[in-house]
Design a protein around this ligand. Sequence first.
Ligand code: ASP
Ligand code: MG
Length: 411
Amino acid sequence: MTLIVQKYGGTSVGSAERIKNVARRVARAHQNGHDVVVVVSAMSGETNRLVALAQEIQDYPDPREMDAVLATGEQVTIGLLAMALKSIGVAARSYTGWQVAIQTDNAHTKARIHHIDDAAIRADLAAHRVVVIAGFQGVDNEGNITTLGRGGSDTSAVALAAALKADECQIYTDVDGVYTTDPRVVPEARRLNTISFEEMLELASLGSKVLQIRSVEFAGKYKVRLRVLSSLEEGGNGTLITFEEDKHMMEEAAVSGIAFDKNQARINVRGVPDKPGIAFQILGAVAEANIEVDMIIQNVGAEGTTDFSFTVPRSEYQSTLDILHKAQKNIGAREICGDDTVCKVSIVGMGMRSHVGIASTMFRTLAEEGINIQMISTSEIKVSVLIDEKYLELATRVLHRVFELDKVPQH
Ligand code: ASP
Ligand code: MG
């Protein structure tokens, strides 16, 4: 007997018909003799609707009350799915996050899970019931409702799988796995049978939207066997996220995937005195406003000055410029400017550890297409470049081809 946690996202429970479809899929796993815990998101569009509603009342909704509102989306789907299961003869019971209880800290709208009480779940499983749990929500130690940040039900599922020591955590979504890149941009993109945990972590942080990054971190920490599958198609194996232990299963390509991120804007601070503390002066002001800085470059400029460039989320472009213009005199910068029509394209692969020349192949390929690289950042298993957003699709396509991502690797 195995214990499986299945998570269904918003699209998968987006209508009564789809919920009935999920119920049939859950029923099949249950009838095959598995213990099944199901985690669901709100119906697609529902969380956005709730956010908009709250913003009609308050420009910056009170975080505690915001969570009370946001958590309702998932409460609807657990009830509906449990009903759908019962109506096809499967014993089931729904639980909100606080009924379980999924204990979190008190950081409303971005809470972190501390502990999961598994007593009620275990009792239901022992009685052969399917347990349906609301994703994205928990409760702090004073009984306040919390939520885990957008996309957080992935994290709920992985955390539950870890707490229950499940044999597998299956994330059902509207794509049938993790692809070499977004198939809407590169039709030749290929589903990966496996991807390493490290690569998945990079892809999630670099803009691939398949899994919430926190859920991947969680899976790594507790070694949860994680699989991404389609809820709309039958029979696929999806993509399994593997760990070092599973080395024999890994696809040994130099580059495994390409991610891109349009949510980028570049800021340039030119002609600042080249002296200790200047980076802190510039970036400290930005950090204080809670703006996340991504890529950073500092260059030697003319006559004892230095030029500074970095990227911020596009939605923070104007506010970052405002902050820096205010601080311009203090910093002693000659010029502050930027560009919010840029994007970041990244290649990711464990194979970079052993293959040389991956970065130079990337740069040559982009040069041959006349694509100018504005910034570069690297880690052991990724290379990211910042380019004009009008080249996003071209860059992704040529990189996909040059690294032969459309070809099935030979073992
Ligand atoms: N319903 C939440 C959201 O839309 C949580 C989730 O879907 O994972 O962000
Ligand atoms: Mg999601």
